[in-house]
Design a protein around this ligand. Structure first.
Ligand code: HAM
Length: 413
């Protein structure tokens, strides 16, 4: 019997692992330099954390969480990272302002398709304690710079503002009087959503609902003075930073905690699930979870989706060259270890051959491991103070004087 992985999960190995790990290394360095410290939170949390933050009436909480009970307590595998970060900040009394980076697996029981999994990797940042519009633009800027750094090139940025509870009260009344006479033209989901989670209706993809929403009043045009001014300033900073974006008044997001600015990075390479990275401001969530009055903004990116958008030939995350060291005889074991350290110090991948094995076997092994170069060392080399280096791709073999090995390795690209 051959075991299969559960529906909606994915094995990541080989080149994909290297690409994800390289992106993670770049993220730690890049966001580290921008003041973001990595945080690791548990993969499961108490259910209430997410129902409270993401919202009782969202798709995620209503039908997509993996939940289980242990000793009468109800837990879920985390569907996202933001709520966990805030919970950790409150619980550990971490001082604000604070900036966090997180990288980890999330779980949602969605219908699997290209770019949509039930267990997926997210890389996200949260900037806690800053209310000013500059930071909305900075967060978007850092997302764009990071995507450029990992080599994802084809994406477009959409922004919107969905205001605050103050703007929404008035707006909901206006939207209700617009929709009431047309309610019977809306799908059952939208009719239900309007009562519980009214902004979400704009996310409906059904053709029957589209014409109704085309002429509907939009929250973006009904912001209170404070939210309106905030939004204008965010767009102004985006322009000053040279960030190209489109305003999408129907961008409302699927999680309830957002206030003011929301944004998504989309890529055509992804097909139907075209959102590569998404986020926004959530100024009320910390308080909602029992913390202080702390305005926050952040985003998360799906890493499997990131992989789908990376071009085949990626100069920035080129795989390092592979070396194989073949020494002839166990008395060269010390030399083997010394050589390994030198090769690794140059950033290459290094395999060590078994010194007791005949050179023919070691060369075969080097081939199996996909070595680009084999460094050979035996009696002749010892006597004459050199290494033989074979280029496995061209078959060319050269003698490199011991003292010149560093120079030789530096020239290998
Ligand atoms: P989200 O839009 O639910 O936001 O997810 C963010 C990203 O995670 C999506 O744009 C997508 O790339 C990826 N993603 C979501 N669901 C799946 C899935 N089923 N399979 C593969 N990838 C997926 C959040 O999670 C918020 N916590 C983002 C945030 C951070 N907002 C503020 N701070």
């Amino acid at each position: 019997m051959i075991y299969q992985k559960p529906k909606g999960t994915k094995d990541i190995f080989g080149r994909e692992t290297r690409r994800v790990e390289k992106a993670n290394t770049l993220a730690r360095a890049f966001f580290g330099q921008n003041g973001y410290e990595e945080i690791k939170t548990p993969t499961f949390e108490f259910t209430e954390l997410f129902s409270r933050s993401i919202g009782e009436n969202t798709d995620i909480v209503e039908k997509e969480m993996y939940s289980f009970k242990v000793d009468e307590r109800s837990y879920v595998l985390r569907p996202e990272g933001t709520a966990s970060v805030l919970r950790a900040v409150i619980e550990n009394k971490i001082s604000i302002p604070a900036r966090f980076l997180y990288i980890g697996t999330m779980f949602r029981k969605e219908k699997p398709q290209k770019g949509r999994y039930r267990e997926f990797l997210q890389l996200g940042i949260e900037n806690l304690g800053k209310a000013e519009p500059f930071y909305d633009a900075e967060t978007i800027y850092l997302a764009r710079e990071f995507l450029k750094l990992v080599g994802a090139v084809e994406f477009r940025i959409e922004v919107n503002s969905i205001g605050c509870p103050k703007c929404r009260i008035q707006y909901k009344t206006e939207l209700k009087s617009y929709l009431e006479p047309k309610m019977n033209r809306l799908c059952a989901d939208c009719q239900r959503r309007f009562e519980k989670n009214f902004l979400r209706i704009f996310d409906c993809k059904k053709e029957s609902c589209q014409p109704v929403y085309q002429a509907a009043p939009m929250i973006t045009d009904r912001l209170c003075p404070e939210c309106g001014e905030h939004y204008v300033k965010v767009k102004n900073f985006l322009n000053l930073m040279g960030i190209e974006y489109a305003e999408n008044k129907r961008l409302v997001r699927g999680l309830d905690y957002y206030t003011k600015t929301v944004f998504e990075f989309k890529s055509r390479a992804l097909g139907a699930q075209d959102t590569l990275l998404a986020g926004g401001r959530y100024d009320l969530l910390m308080k909602e979870l029992g913390g202080g009055d702390v305005p926050c903004i952040g985003w998360a990116m799906g890493q499997e989706r990131m992989l789908l958008t990376l071009p085949e030939n990626l100069p920035k995350i080129e795989d390092p060259k592979v070396f194989f060291i073949a020494v002839m005889g166990e008395r060269f074991a010390q030399e083997l270890l010394r050589l390994r350290i030198t090769v690794i110090d140059h950033g290459f991948i290094c395999f060590m051959g078994n010194p007791e094995a005949p050179i023919k076997h070691q060369m075969k092994d080097a081939d199996r491991f996909g070595a680009d170069h084999v460094i050979i060392y035996g009696e002749n080399e010892e006597k004459e103070h050199y290494y033989t280096v074979k280029n496995m791709k061209s078959g060319e073999q050269v003698q490199v004087l011991k003292d010149n090995l560093d120079k030789f390795l530096t020239a290998v690209v």
